[in-house]
Design a protein around this ligand. Sequence first.
Ligand SMILES: [Zn+2]
Length: 112
Amino acid sequence: MKFLEDFYYNQDGMMVFTESYHLKRGYCCGSGCLHCPFDGITIEEGAQGGQSSNLALVQCPFCFESFHLPMNAEDGSEQHFVYDCEVCCHPIALTLHFNGDELLSVSAEKSN
Ligand SMILES: [Zn+2]
């Protein structure tokens, strides 16, 4: 994250994420951020404790950093898509396998 581009500190010393950070991340964190561009998309109360259920941990094949990827088991039992690494921004070809709601495997490969 880059200071001022992605976040800044308000007068209370709290970290505030900018709209551009939210857009780069691509989804709403549901904590009612000041600059959230995802109006009307909020994570329902009660779902917040179990956030890991809709996030897959992915290790980037370029920079080997790990980050959480939003996922939706309802999109299919086998999902292929390209996602830009949140750390180095290289495109990662991802394959996710689900068994019902359960994530079975995540594979991350370099995409061209
Ligand atoms: Zn990376």
